[in-house]
Design a protein around this ligand. Structure first.
Ligand code: C5P
Length: 305
């Protein structure tokens, strides 16, 4: 017997460190990154449909994302069906809260959630390691959206190792109206570094220490993103917002992934509220969200029978 529907919740990510190595022959960059999952989550609902109906997709309240076979969630459902030999009959509903093209891996999150939701809907019980392998073929950030927590990513970002992290970190996110294209930001990074010899990145020991001891101040000081100059080059106005966050007492501020979302770390929820209000009152920011992490990766939160 098959459930009528399965709901999976999946978190957004921030990169606490994003070390970008040289461009590889396959067009990707060798990364050393520290992923951190925060409680800004999309929900993906996989609904049973008639046999032979195929895949359909609905973006609930989000017109800017194509709801067709190019969508990473659609591709995830197709991939899982192909890998396991089942008919890909499912209606997917994506309830978006993760900013689109914001540097928080929202599209990757939806793909990871779809793998978990279809696996449950189709009663496949696929091993987690196999889901992670399939996830990596969909995109560099998809395995982490499955995994959640705080983890080091190497390779393209798809090879994950857990990080020992104590306590909860509190964040304020400044969300831009218009997204940035990840390939465009990587290309700008290559352009800015064209005259430099690019070293292989290494994990920041001061960041690891800050995470181990749950010291938000130390984490704030250690935040580092090699894509930040590129994102600021494409969006110079983000520099003013980073400065405003600093002036308003954030413990650290960083471009999230390829941007344009900015992530500011603060000591606690109260400071988060103060900073959120402060950033809005500068007039530089149209929207802010408060968040905390780490939180778990894609997981089933509801099944209807
Ligand atoms: O893996 P994903 O499809 O999410 O990557 C999107 C784009 O980001 C790639 O096409 C590439 O331009 C860039 N990228 C990269 N190096 C990585 C990950 C992503 O250059 N390690």
């Amino acid at each position: 017997m098959q459930p009528k529907s399965v709901t999976v919740r999946v978190p957004a990510k921030i990169n606490l460190q994003l070390g970008v190595g040289p461009l590889r022959p396959d067009g990707y960059h060798e990364l050393v990154t520290v992923f951190h999952a925060v409680n800004i989550c999309d929900d993906v609902i996989a609904e049973a449909t008639a046999s032979g109906a195929g895949i359909s997709l609905e973006m609930v309240g989000e017109a800017s994302v194509a709801a067709d076979a190019t969508n990473l969630a659609w591709r995830a459902a197709q991939l899982l069906a192909d890998a396991t030999g089942v008919d890909p009959d499912v209606h997917l509903q994506i309830h978006k809260r993760i900013p689109v093209a914001g540097g928080m891996a929202g599209g990757s999150a939806d793909a990871a959630a779809t793998l978990v939701a279809c696996d449950a809907l189709w009663r496949l019980s696929t091993e987690r390691a196999e889901l992670a392998r399939l996830a990596a073929t969909l995109g560099s950030d998809v395995p982490f959206a499955l995994h959640g927590g705080t983890a080091i990513g190497t390779g393209r970002g798809e090879q994950l190792t857990d990080v020992l992290a104590r306590g909860t970190l509190h964040w304020v996110l400044a969300i831009a109206d218009e997204g940035l294209s990840t390939p465009a930001v990587y290309a700008e990074c290559d352009r800015l570094r064209a005259q430099e010899r690019v070293a292989e990145p290494v994990v920041s020991e001061s960041l690891m220490q800050g995470l181990r001891s749950g010291d938000a101040q130390a984490v704030g000081r250690a935040l580092a993103n090699d894509l930040q100059s590129a994102a600021l080059s494409l969006r110079p106005e983000l520099g003013q917002v980073l400065q405003a966050g600093d002036d308003l007492g954030a413990l650290g501020g960083i471009v999230s992934g390829s941007g344009p979302t900015l992530a500011f770390i603060v000591a606690d929820e109260e400071r988060a509220l103060d900073l959120a209000v402060g950033l809005m009152s500068t007039g530089l920011v149209r929207s802010v969200k408060r968040a905390h992490g780490p939180v778990p990766g894609a997981r089933v939160v509801n099944e209807r029978w």
